[in-house]
Design a binder for this molecule. Structure first.
Ligand SMILES: CC(C)(COP(=O)(O)OP(=O)(O)OC[C@H]1O[C@@H](n2cnc3c(N)ncnc32)[C@H](O)[C@@H]1OP(=O)(O)O)[C@@H](O)C(=O)NCCC(=O)NCCS
Length: 190
């Protein structure tokens, strides 16, 4: 079964999988797994704040980088960051710990993609992973002139991928509504 998300972003219950979603007119279709990325790095003294844990900005830079790699893999062309949703740091990351970031495309529009990034930390010696934060990054594919360019459709194979897409569509509507209200306020001179 193949299904393209409606222009209003409406999606129903879980359909027969796999399904294809997206808003561009490209024929190209890519699976979520084709652009999934994992990055691991050791947090060193250069990453420290004054309290011996990792600067939030170091984590945000890593989030932006992995979202770039993931989005660009899916789009097959360079992408830029247009929006990052609220980021909550749930627990500090200590110097000497390993941080792992996992990114995958949740949803695609015509030229934009939502990338979900999960961040976990663990001791070098092993042990349980702590989930430190998750966030959603909206990237836009650009052409040689820096203008938004269409992205391939997205094939969803699992109920989890479908659920992520569904949730991403809700966030997309909220994001665009907020951006619209901000534009209107600016026009009103507030
Ligand atoms: C990304 C950029 C090229 C988009 O240009 P634009 O004129 O806003 O283009 P459009 O209005 O056609 O929007 C393009 C896509 O971005 C989406 N978008 C625009 N603003 C958005 C926002 N605030 N949140 C989420 N998505 C947004 C649109 O919905 C559209 O998605 P779609 O094609 O999938 O429907 C432009 O905003 C830009 O260059 N921004 C700076 C990017 C950058 O430098 N990032 C690094 C920061 S240091």
């Amino acid at each position: 079964m193949s299904l393209t998300t409606g222009v209003d972003g409406s999606v129903g219950g879980i359909p027969d999988l796999p399904v294809v979603v997206g808003r561009s007119d490209l024929d190209a279709v890519k699976s979520v797994s084709a652009s999934r990325v994992t990055m691991t790095q050791l947090m060193g003294p250069q990453d420290a704040n004054l309290f011996g844990s990792v600067f939030g900005g170091i984590v945000l830079a890593a989030v932006d980088k992995i979202a770039y790699v993931c989005a660009t893999r899916h789009a097959g062309r360079p992408c830029v960051t247009v929006s990052v949703d609220q980021v909550d740091f749930r627990t500090p990351i200590r110097i000497g710990e390993i941080v792992t970031l996992r990114a995958s495309v949740n949803s695609v529009g015509r030229t934009s993609l939502e990338v979900g990034v999960q961040v976990v930390a663990e001791s070098v010696a092993g042990g349980t992973e702590r989930h430190t934060n998750s966030c959603y990054v909206t990237m836009v594919a650009i052409d040689d002139e820096g203008e938004p360019a269409p992205v391939p459709l997205l094939r969803l194979r699992t109920p989890e991928e479908w659920q992520r897409h569904h949730d991403a569509e809700e966030r997309r509507r909220a994001r665009l509504e907020l951006a619209k209200r901000r534009r209107e306020r600016r026009r009103g001179g507030d």
